[in-house]
Design a protein around this ligand. Structure first.
Ligand code: HEC
Length: 198
């Protein structure tokens, strides 16, 4: 046995794990317990029934974690969420991300085939390449959110916030770029279309 494999074997046998390594794994059950304090606004099952309040169920783990970190650091501004996020430590944020990602996503808003606003929104989504970040079927990838089935009022507010610069988003300012050329009618159509996607 080489010296390296002996060291590795010794490390593997060094149970129980110390607290530092245990803290790295996300705990969905602990996330659920913390989320009881969020349910009054974001819904019992992570599906919001309150105006301008996002559904969190089915969001990618990374997206939820990043938004909480942005609120905590103040780079995403919101007078309700900033103090809530400041009270969360890293482990709680990790657990919350895993918990919400484990829940079934919200049911899409009903839409009829003759819905002209939704048709316009669908075309705009293709032109604006929304899939390229928000995922096939707009279900979210990594730090980019699931937008399919999100509340229409939340989606419209998000687009307006990105356009006006109130919300910055991550790294490369991709959402500021996308919304720069969009008028309010186009943003309404996009929000309407996305809210009806399964
Ligand atoms: C008093 C109501 C309220 C409570 C309690 C609350 N939130 Fe929020 N949360 C909001 C509102 C309103 C927004 C939308 C903020 C905005 O428009 O930028 C939001 C936004 C968020 C977002 C960003 C989602 C997105 O799609 O942009 C996350 C993540 C989030 N909250 C997580 C939590 C967690 C986790 C808790 C509990 C620890 C919690 N919230 C408690 C009202 C609340």
């Amino acid at each position: 046995m080489t010296r390296l494999s002996m060291i590795l074997l010794a490390a593997t046998l060094a149970v129980p794990l110390d607290d530092a390594s245990r803290a790295l794994a996300a705990d969905v059950q602990a996330g659920k317990a913390t989320a009881a304090g969020c349910a009054g606004c974001h819904g019992e099952d992570g599906v919001s029934h309150i105006a301008l309040t996002p559904s969190l169920a089915g969001q990618p783990d990374d997206f939820t974690q990043w938004q909480l970190v942005y609120f905590r650091g103040g780079s995403r501004k919101n007078e309700v969420m900033e103090p809530i996020a400041k009270a969360l430590d890293n482990q709680e944020i990790r657990n919350l991300g895993a918990y919400y990602a484990s829940l079934p996503p919200p049911k899409p808003q009903p839409a009829s085939a003759s819905d002209l606003l939704a048709q316009t929104g669908g075309k705009l989504a293709v032109q604006r390449s929304c899939k390229c970040c928000d995922g096939d079927d707009y279900v979210g990838v990594g730090p980019a959110p699931r937008v399919a089935g999100q509340r229409e009022d939340v989606l419209l507010k998000a687009l307006r916030d990105f356009k006006s610069g109130v919300r910055v988003g991550s790294g490369v300012a991709s959402m500021a770029d996308v919304t720069y050329e969009l008028g309010d009618d186009a943003m309404q159509a996009l929000a309407h279309y996305m809210a009806a996607q399964p």
